[in-house]
Design a protein around this ligand. Structure first.
Ligand code: CLF
Ligand code: SF4
Length: 482
């Protein structure tokens, strides 16, 4: 395995140090043995459908779909705050023409871009004319970007054929219940067949159409991801049943997301005191569902105008007033970046296999590690700059990304901001070790006092390599254990 240090920043700054061949197809060499080659082609550059890809690739959403055909008790699309990160929230709505300008500008500046998604702020299918016009226009100028859409599913049976005809390979349906009694507690109304419907009638129609839409998409070869919002006391105990139902119908991935609930958001649940799950409750449910439909655990519940790697949002760099009047879209930097990732992937795959061997021989011990990273599956972010730690669990099941925790950056304008340390330490509750590229004495000592070890000894290593070494050191095994 190579010990060469590679950062996304260095690639973006200078595309010349491309290693490996110039064809993106060599990424297939890193295809996991249990993934069908056709499926791998669809997911290998998709940051949501592949946990591995999310270390390298970026998505962008264009907010061309303002209207919605249902009401969810956790949604209020009027609320807008650029610091807020939750579905349904955007800073500016776009026409399809504006959306194309934005996509061209982002593609020119962000070689990691691989997916264009339409995820609101309303429902992509309730605004089908705009959704279709946007995808059709982008396809003509940037054919190498994958298309993805997210919907509540009410209108899916009407559009499944068109979606398949447009070569949209990825569709997300938000399914929170399969039992109308439970659905009626989440959806106060739907608008269907020229009429607003409420209560059990609404939920019965809606859930039936979601399931039919799922079946239709799967039959047409589309990879369907199911998002479910976990709402304690309403559908938390019901979600295993949802998991079984969507798995039986061929869903590719299941993503359980915590309810975000705050009175300030003006949602029904926020105003009535419905709480979201704790991180521990969410993890317990996810652990319970492991072995069902494959679980997504790296979702960031991003905004309907998000841009960048999943852990970042560069939307403010690409507001309409900042877009160049005429941008061109040379595919060469994206192709070069994909070749870079293909080579990096092979290298990381070998490193990961080594790391997994080092933890697999140990019986029951589990280590929870927080990692400061800005991409590339490496430990390459300073403690003081990080706004999000990726959380890994190492143990008998291997080394797995199990979530992320948001924090405020400690380092502000070159100086440590001690006021942020308390909340950061609270956010790292239960973490054994923090891995980062660099840390100063002051925050290191404060974390040590809280019982959290921080080390920059593995700076720029692959994440799994470092965790494998850490695990072996901690539990007295050699990293070379076979
Ligand atoms: Fe966007 Fe959704 Fe496509 Fe991804 S997001 S439409 S599948 S490209 Fe991804 Fe964002 Fe989670 Fe969605 S992190 S909220 S799962
Ligand atoms: Fe809001 Fe989406 Fe629900 Fe429509 S489907 S009400 S946009 S969360």
């Amino acid at each position: 395995m190579s010990s060469q240090i590679v950062s996304l920043d260095s690639f973006v700054a200078s595309p010349s140090p491309v290693r490996g061949c110039a064809s993106s197809s060599c990424g297939s060499s890193a295809r996991p043995a249990d993934v069908d080659p056709d499926v791998w082609e669809k997911i290998k550059d998709h940051p949501c459908y592949s946990e591995e890809a999310h270390h390298y690739f970026a998505r962008m959403h264009v907010a061309v779909a303002p209207a919605c055909n249902i009401q969810c008790n956790y949604c209020n699309r009027k609320y807008d705050c650029s610091n807020e990160s939750r579905p349904g929230v955007v800073s500016e709505r776009l026409t399809p023409e504006e959306a194309v300008r934005k996509v061209v500008a982002v593609a020119a500046a962000v070689p990691e871009l691989s997916v264009l998604g339409i995820a609101g702020p309303g429902d992509a299918l309730a605004n089908w004319k705009q959704t279709r016009a946007t995808f059709d226009a982008v396809r003509k100028v940037i054919p190498d970007v994958k298309f993805c859409l997210s919907t509540n599913g009410l209108a899916l049976p009407d559009y499944a054929d068109e979606i398949a005809g447009m070569a949209i390979d990825h569709v997300t349906i938000t399914i929170n219940a399969v039992d109308p009694e439970i659905g009626a507690k989440i959806y106060p109304w739907i608008f269907f067949d020229h009429k607003r419907r409420t209560g059990l009638e609404a939920a019965t129609i809606f859930l039936e159409r979601q399931m039919r839409g799922l079946e239709m998409l799967v039959a047409r070869g589309i990879l369907v991801k199911i998002n479910s919002v976990m709402i304690p006391g309403i559908n938390d105990a019901h979600l295993p049943k949802v998991n079984r139902a969507v798995r039986q119908r061929g869903a590719f991935l299941h993503n359980i997301m915590p309810l975000i609930s705050d009175p300030a958001h003006g949602t029904h649940f926020g105003l009535t005191g419905q709480r979201g799950p704790t991180p521990a409750e969410l993890k317990t449910l996810q652990d319970q569902l492991d072995g069902g439909a494959k679980l997504m655990r790296h979702c960031r519940q991003c905004r309907a105008d998000a841009i960048g790697l999943l852990g970042e949002d560069r939307g403010q760099e690409f507001t309409l007033d900042r877009l160049p009047e005429f941008a061109t879209c040379d595919p060469a930097p994206r192709q070069a970046y994909r070749a870079f990732v293909a080579a990096e992937r092979g290298d990381r795959g070998a490193a990961r296999a080594d790391a997994l061997r080092s933890v697999s021989a140990v019986a029951d011990d589990v280590l929870l590690v927080a990692v400061a990273t800005k991409g590339g599956a490496r430990i390459n972010e300073h403690f003081g700059h990080t706004r999000e730690f990726q959380i890994y669990e190492a143990g008998p099941k291997g080394i797995t990304l199990v979530g992320h925790r948001k924090v405020d950056a400690y380092c502000m304008g070159g100086f440590g901001e001690d006021a942020t340390l308390g909340p950061t330490i609270a956010a790292l509750d239960g973490i054994d070790t923090v891995l980062c590229a660099k840390i100063g004495d002051c925050p290191r000592d404060a974390l040590a006092e809280a019982g959290i070890t921080v080390t920059d000894a593995h700076a720029y290593d692959y994440i799994e390599t470092a965790i494998g070494k850490l695990y072996a050191e901690r539990f007295g095994r050699s990293a070379a254990v076979a």
